[in-house]
Write a protein that binds this ligand. Structure first.
Ligand code: SAM
Length: 356
């Protein structure tokens, strides 16, 4: 099954599909650094740097489509959606969305999987989500929407994401919702990170060694085929930052600080420490407010990648700010894999005409 990843970023969603047995034929994005990461980690795939807001279809993209695409995954970034009276697709501000539908129309896949933030269901009182469903239905798909919590699927993080699963008739009936693990089997921050060197200072170089054996099954899974640790370099905080975060206990936040220090940062997510005994809060694109459960620093790019369930052999490129953004923007690979596994079950042994 051949997958085209639109707005692929570093390739978190693709990694999930690849590990479920899909072939990623291409990833398309316009962020140079994310594409460097994608191309280094998906050497078997085409990496295309393309601004998807350009109205005419690029010839390189047309060539990819000629090879045949079974699934299109990824979706236009949500902040792009606007709607004023007309249909979503007719609003000139939704250029990316229009281009997206044009590509799907030409690719004629069996299915389209769009990921977005759960709040998409509330945008314009639900009109955006309704319009997306209508547009996909007009292209011959039946659409199911589901909001999943990553920690239910082996990811040590409470990130919620909404997925539009659009499949051709007959296939949609065969698709089963991914099955969550029990609360008891959720992966905590400590289970995810405790084997990584607890750096207090930047190493000044990109690669380092593991200094202990994996302590948990999750760590074993993450370290599969990886003997060197990349992207594990600590941010150097000021002495003042270190002395303040030292006061916050495992799982604590600004409320654990004396009143005079509580207001040192103006946002209420500031001075938050991971809770070692729980899945992590949502990893974002890097803003230096969320700290490691034990070390007096923010998590390294590798620790964030572990929280997102990227295997250690998945290396990130570009400067550190960009690496944090790539990791934070991604669909957690194990969450993507949970959906991809169910799609694989649908497609196994099934021959169906895409155009029916
Ligand atoms: C949420 S991220 C995608 C993350 C990806 N699905 C993953 O799992 O790693 C959204 C991506 O859309 C890309 N993007 C935004 N505007 C774009 C445009 N006009 N053309 C191409 N890509 C664009 C960004 O560079 C970013 O990588």
């Amino acid at each position: 099954m051949k997958v085209l990843d639109l707005f692929c970023g570093a390739g978190g969603f693709s990694e999930g599909f690849r590990s479920a047995g899909f072939k990623i034929i291409a990833g398309i994005d316009n962020d140079k650094n994310a594409l460097e990461t994608f191309s280094q980690n998906f050497k078997e795939s085409i990496t295309l740097n393309l601004d998807l807001s350009t109205p005419s279809l690029d010839s390189r993209l047309k060539n990819i489509l000629k090879e045949g695409v079974d699934l299109v995954i990824g979706g236009p970034p949500c902040q792009g959606f606007s709607i004023a009276g007309k249909r979503l697709v007719d609003d000139p501000r939704n250029q990316l969305y229009k281009a997206y539908l044009d590509i799907v129309r030409l690719a004629k896949p069996y299915g389209v999987i769009i990921e977005n933030v759960p709040n998409i269901m509330n945008y314009h009182n639900g009109r955006i989500a309704t319009e997306i469903c209508k547009d996909l239905e007009s292209l011959g798909f039946n659409v199911k929407i589901m909001t999943l919590i990553a920690s239910d699927f082996g990811v040590p993080q409470s990130r919620k994401r909404t997925f539009f699963i659009a499949l051709k008739p007959k296939l949609d009936n065969l698709f089963q919702n991914p099955k969550p693990v029990s609360l008891f089997n959720q992966i905590t921050c400590e289970m995810a990170l405790s084997d990584l060197p607890l750096l207090e200072k930047t190493l000044g170089h990109e690669a380092s060694d593991y200094d202990i054996k994996p302590q948990t099954n999750y760590q074993k899974l993450m370290r599969k085929s990886s003997s060197i640790l990349f992207n594990h370099s600590a941010v150097n905080h000021t002495e003042q930052t270190k002395s303040i975060i030292k006061i916050v206990p495992d799982g604590g936040n600004y409320k654990n600080l004396p009143i005079n220090l509580q207001k040192t940062r103006k946002v209420n997510i500031a001075w938050t420490r991971m809770n070692s005994k729980k899945p992590c809060f949502t990893i974002d694109a890097g803003h230096n407010h969320h700290f490691h459960y034990k070390a007096n620093r923010v998590p390294t790019v590798r620790e964030c990648a572990r929280i997102q369930s990227f295997p250690d052999m998945f290396r990130f490129y570009g400067n550190r700010t960009s690496q944090y953004r790539q990791v934070g923007n991604a669909v957690p690979p194990l969450l993507g894999k949970a959906i991809a596994n169910e799609l694989m079950n649908v497609f196994k042994n099934l021959k169906i005409d895409k155009n029916s």
